[in-house]
Design a protein around this ligand. Structure first.
Ligand SMILES: CCCCCCC/C=C/C(=O)SCCNC(=O)CCNC(=O)[C@H](O)C(C)(C)COP(=O)(O)OP(=O)(O)OC[C@H]1O[C@@H](n2cnc3c(N)ncnc32)[C@H](O)[C@@H]1OP(=O)(O)O
Ligand SMILES: Cc1cc2nc3c(=O)[nH]c(=O)nc-3n(C[C@H](O)[C@H](O)[C@H](O)COP(=O)(O)OP(=O)(O)OC[C@H]3O[C@@H](n4cnc5c(N)ncnc54)[C@H](O)[C@@H]3O)c2cc1C
Length: 620
């Protein structure tokens, strides 16, 4: 039995003591929490480094998120920029570098609440699509923040259909320049992060024209603001797109270009180039210019999708053992809500998914790294597979995790709806991941291009005389389902193979096997119709699935708190009155509510309430 491991992370107010209903859950762990944390980190040394980064970040008041729920959009933006600028100083002080072991833990330690997220995508575009000369010129400037970048692809009129983008880049042979225009309102760039107020440069995706011929979408580096006084460059109109569901700290912007001239050398040209005489040369697929998206679709999974689900599970499960409501057994005290099978069926499959996708992410990252090494050698053979898998998994995992965070929010009842629970912010933020970097339906359809079964139906339709695009459209609902199932199958298979290789000691393999079984059974249980319809399972077998699934809930319930403790989030990173390590939810909710500006006297009383009340009183 693992000793009660009191985490040094139980910070927060003077409360200090751990809620006994939560403490008792930590005394019966069937495995070593510390060893599972190390497994998730990739080793004890990685855990040590990650915790050191967390300590350095969380001990610095500039990075505090204490008042985040009470801030306006402007306040959030200013705080995020302040943190981003302070982070450069911090990194220098701590000796952290972009290639150092600490770098990958910084964003998680900041809980993503920092500006210049798209500056990283700007740099990635140049690293992946730029020539060696362009990399040598622009990457050092971007690394030292001598410029701030963005990624301007989506337009007011087009986000999905890239072939329909209307921004143009016309090559002027005489001056060796590209002339960029957003010819109509629908061509205005709309949504690019960091562009509304921060960016000085951006990668603009535009239709390339040379000698009147269109060569499709290509990336161009464009300066949009002065490096001296941040004023907009000639021909450039830019601003912020206004309030959003979340990402208040990021200035998503709009951009209009009117005859903006840039040097020929500003078209990213690792794979595609316009020579001085206007000759266009390209290596590999024209879709290589979409490669930044492929890489971001994989890299966003860890920080933007898995972390929010793991945090939501931590909050909901810790709360579910300190919240007592109603009576399971007459005459006994009110039950912990996690003792209800329905509560287990809400939160435990999400916990299993968090672990499953953690291992899927390792698999995807390894696949991407292998494919990228080949592409750097100008071997593009893996590009279609990378595109299909990155599209399918980005869509499937974001969809699954977004639904999971919402379930965790609703599983906490009214208090889950309070911003102070941390859950609404997690939900409204993760929801965006189903849309950006490729709306999920579209991406699943990209994966579905590989799916044989529906191909037969497609074939039949075409052979019956239906036009190909109509036949495709008539199959898309099934294609989306097939693509999701395909990716889910790979996630289950990868989880099972990973569990097989785990060490048996410390109880880790046993609990991971339970989670893997729950993840797989939940997949069948949630798609009973499909499995029965395809004849893959009989009704009797489906009864067995249901029985095993429900039995597993009770087994995993015993380890639910140690399983979320292993995610090792500090109270500051959770920023949740419900999910703190000590389980003192009620005291924190009340304590944090007192900090709300809504508890200061409002002018509404003198202006409206008092006259109303007194006026009514005078009539009685
Ligand atoms: C660290 C960062 C944290 C997160 C920050 C996130 C901030 C958000 C940023 C953004 O949102 S940036 C903008 C994202 N926008 C998109 O993802 C656009 C989505 N649309 C597309 O990707 C494409 O339009 C499409 C839907 C894939 C369709 O492609 P296309 O218009 O070319 O037509 P198709 O006929 O479907 O495809 C033709 C051919 O090309 C292949 N292909 C398409 N995309 C790729 C790719 N990325 N890589 C490789 N190959 C690709 C496709 O499979 C077809 O091949 P064949 O079947 O003809 O062989
Ligand atoms: C928070 C956030 C940050 C963003 N940051 C950036 C950024 O930094 N840079 C950038 O360039 N963009 C950014 N975007 C834009 C984002 O990439 C687009 O919103 C996304 O690609 C979806 O495109 P869309 O908005 O045109 O949706 P649409 O494509 O218009 O989708 C609307 C509906 O139409 C459906 N649909 C569209 N085409 C088809 C089809 N062929 N078949 C079936 N159904 C279809 C979709 O499935 C969806 O249901 C951001 C968006 C958000 C929300």
């Amino acid at each position: 039995m693992a000793l009660l491991e009191t985490s040094k992370y139980s910070q927060g107010s003077v409360l200090g003591s751990v809620n006994p209903d939560l403490a008792s859950e930590r005394q019966t762990a069937s495995f070593s929490v510390e060893k599972l944390t190390a497994l998730l980190d990739g080793g004890v040394e990685q855990t040590r480094i990650r915790r050191a980064v967390v300590d350095a970040i969380e001990s610095d008041p500039v990075f505090s998120r204490e008042n985040q729920y009470f801030q306006t959009q402007n306040e959030r933006y200013e705080a995020a920029v302040k943190k981003a600028v302070h982070l450069q100083k911090k990194m220098h002080e701590m000796g952290w570098t972009e290639n150092g072991p600490e770098y990958k833990y910084i964003y998680r330690a900041l809980s993503g609440d920092v500006a210049f997220l798209l500056h990283r995508v700007f740099m990635r575009s140049i690293s992946m699509l730029g020539s060696d000369k362009q990399i040598a010129k622009w990457i050092p400037l971007a690394t030292q923040h001598k410029l701030i970048g963005s990624y301007a692809q989506t337009e007011l009129g087009h986000g999905t259909y890239l072939q329909g983008l209307e921004t143009t880049a016309v090559f002027d042979t005489a001056t060796q320049e590209f002339i960029l225009n957003t010819p109509k309102i629908s061509a205005m760039k709309w949504w690019p992060g960091d562009m509304g107020r921060s960016a000085t440069h951006t990668v603009v995706f535009a239709q390339l024209y040379v000698h009147g011929k269109c060569y499709g979408i290509h990336p161009f580096i464009v300066q949009i603001r002065s490096l001296q006084d941040h004023s907009l460059c000639p021909g450039v109109t830019a601003g912020d797109i206004g309030p959003k569901m979340n990402f208040e700290h990021i200035d998503n912007g709009y951009l209009l270009l009117k005859n903006v001239r840039i040097p020929r050398e500003n078209m990213l040209s690792k794979f595609c180039e316009v020579r001085p005489d206007g000759t266009y040369v390209r290596q590999g697929s024209q879709k290589i210019n979409y490669f930044t998206m492929t890489s971001v679709r994989i890299s966003l999974i860890a920080d933007e999708v898995l972390t929010p689900l793991m945090k939501a599970c931590t909050i909901a499960i810790r709360y579910s053992v300190v919240r007592r409501q109603s009576k399971l057994k007459p005459g006994e005290q009110e039950a912990k809500i996690l003792d209800y099978q329905t509560q287990q069926e809400k939160v435990l499959p999400q916990l299993a998914a968090a672990y499953a996708f953690h291992f899927t992410n390792d698999y995807l990252q390894e696949l991407f790294n292998r494919g990228y090494r080949e592409i750097q050698r100008k071997n593009f053979d893996m590009l279609p597979e990378l595109h299909a898998l990155s599209s399918g998994f980005k869509a499937m995992i974001t969809q699954h995790c977004t639904a999971g965070v919402e379930i965790c929010l609703r599983a906490c009842g009214g208090h889950g709806y309070s911003l102070l629970s941390g859950l609404p912010s997690l939900y409204t933020k993760i929801l965006a991941s189903c849309i950006y970097e490729g709306e999920n339906t579209i991406l699943l359809l990209q994966t579905a291009r590989l799916i044989s079964s529906t191909a037969a139906k497609l074939q039949d339709l075409i052979q019956s005389g239906v036009k190909k695009h109509d036949a495709w459209n008539q199959c898309t609902v099934q294609l989306v389902q097939a693509a999701k199932a395909h990716c889910h199958y790979i996630a289950v298979k990868n989880f099972a193979e990973t569990v097989e290789k785990l060490e048996t000691k410390a109880g880790i393999q046993k609990i991971m096997k339970h989670l893997c079984d729950l993840f797989a059974l939940h997949g069948i249980f949630s798609n009973t119709g499909a499995f029965l319809h395809d004849g893959y399972t009989s009704a009797a077998q489906m009864d067995m699935v249901t029985a095993s699934y429900l039995d597993l809930l009770a087994v995993i319930r015993k380890d639910a708190v140690p399983l979320v403790d292993a995610f090792d989030f500090t109270d500051k990173s959770l920023n949740s009155a419900l999910g703190s390590y000590d389980g003192q939810a009620y005291q924190r909710l009340y304590e944090w509510a007192q900090k709300s500006p809504t508890n200061q006297m409002s002018p509404a009383y003198e202006r409206y309430l008092k006259p109303l009340l007194h006026n009514t009183l005078s009539k009685l």
